[in-house]
Ligand binder design. Structure first.
Ligand code: CP
Length: 310
């Protein structure tokens, strides 16, 4: 079902593993809504969160997920760690590994850093986002949100719009949605498309009307200024005019299309604030809710796989 030592990306996962993760997450989501206490499947295990980059949703939900399942959770304040004295990422990881944690949750600004770290430690590592590479639990929580809203996770048309080039969320979603046999369209200005876009095998357009036409799901992305090393758009005002999602542009999608955004949002830049808050179209808050369920499921399955391997 799910026998991997780590969760480093969507790329290596088989569709059956994705479904197993989502089914377990659905179980936790239903339990949370019913107000039932989950089995403390992580009792006696230690979870360490290492976030080398800012986070609200991912860090908080990993912490809540671990606590709900009974783990002893420690979130490192990386800015206050010995990294500031010049200690390397690997030495930091080896030091924490010597304290024998069971789960290490890592976010890092450099693509590949989490994979490297996973090769050096003896516990399960979960990638909480590495540079432009992958954000696997975000794609899984997006998939669960879509499956709950649409009743399936295949043969849907999904428009992923905005800053594709700098987005690990777009990359992980693109891989996951492709594995589950959905039609994906990338929509945004050519300056915000990755250089390898032609090789991705998906439809690409800089026209929101064409990109959103008959879409079941419209997924908006943040302009990731922290990863931009130059001017990629003329101005935020012009960007919003051409690519910001508002009711008029959404009218090109199916009447029951859902609106998604991984957060944090720039209201009035990539999405109209009123639309983002419209509970008849926007599932943004449900995405956040599913984040806890998906992270509970991921840690449960990884810890279970490790216990079975012992
Ligand atoms: N979507 C997401 O990763 O949000 P945070 O950066 O707040 O964790």
């Amino acid at each position: 079902m799910f026998a991997r030592p780590h969760l480093l990306g969507i790329e290596p996962l088989h569709p059956t593993e994705i479904t197993a993760l989502l089914d377990r997450a659905q179980h936790y989501a239903e339990g949370a809504r019913a107000g039932t206490r989950p089995e403390p499947v992580l009792a006696g295990l230690t979870q360490v969160n290492m976030f080398f980059e800012n986070s609200t949703r991912t860090q908080a939900s990993f912490e809540i997920a671990g606590k709900r399942l009974g783990a002893d959770v420690m979130s490192m304040a990386m800015q206050a760690s010995s990294l500031a004295k010049g200690e390397t990422l690997i030495d930091t990881a080896l030091t924490l590994n010597a304290m024998r944690p069971d789960l290490l949750v890592v976010r890092h600004p450099h693509a590949g850093a989490v994979d490297l770290l996973a090769q050096k430690v003896t516990c399960a590592v979960l990638n909480a986002g590495d540079g432009r590479h992958e954000h696997p639990t975000q794609a899984l929580l997006d998939a669960l949100t879509i499956r709950r809203a649409k009743g399936r996770l295949h043969r849907l048309t999904v428009a992923i719009c905005g800053d594709i080039a700098h987005s690990r969320v777009a990359r992980s979603n693109l891989i996951l949605l492709g594995k589950m046999e959905n039609r994906v369209r990338l929509v945004g200005p050519p300056t915000l498309m990755p250089p390898e876009v032609a090789a991705l095998g998906v439809e690409v357009t800089d026209d929101m009307a064409a990109g959103l036409k008959d879409a079941d799901v419209v997924m908006m992305l943040r302009l990731q200024k922290e990863r931009m090393d130059g001017a990629f758009i003329p101005s935020e005002r012009e960007y919003y005019h051409r690519f910001g999602l508002d009711a008029a542009k959404l009218a090109h999608a199916k009447p029951d299309a859902i609106v998604m955004h991984p957060g944090p949002m720039n209201r009035g830049v990539e999405i109209d604030g009123t639309l983002a808050d419209d509970i008849n179209r926007s599932v943004i808050q449900e995405q956040v809710e599913m984040g806890v369920a998906v992270r509970m499921a991921a840690m449960d399955l990884l810890a279970g796989a490790r216990a079975r391997a012992r």
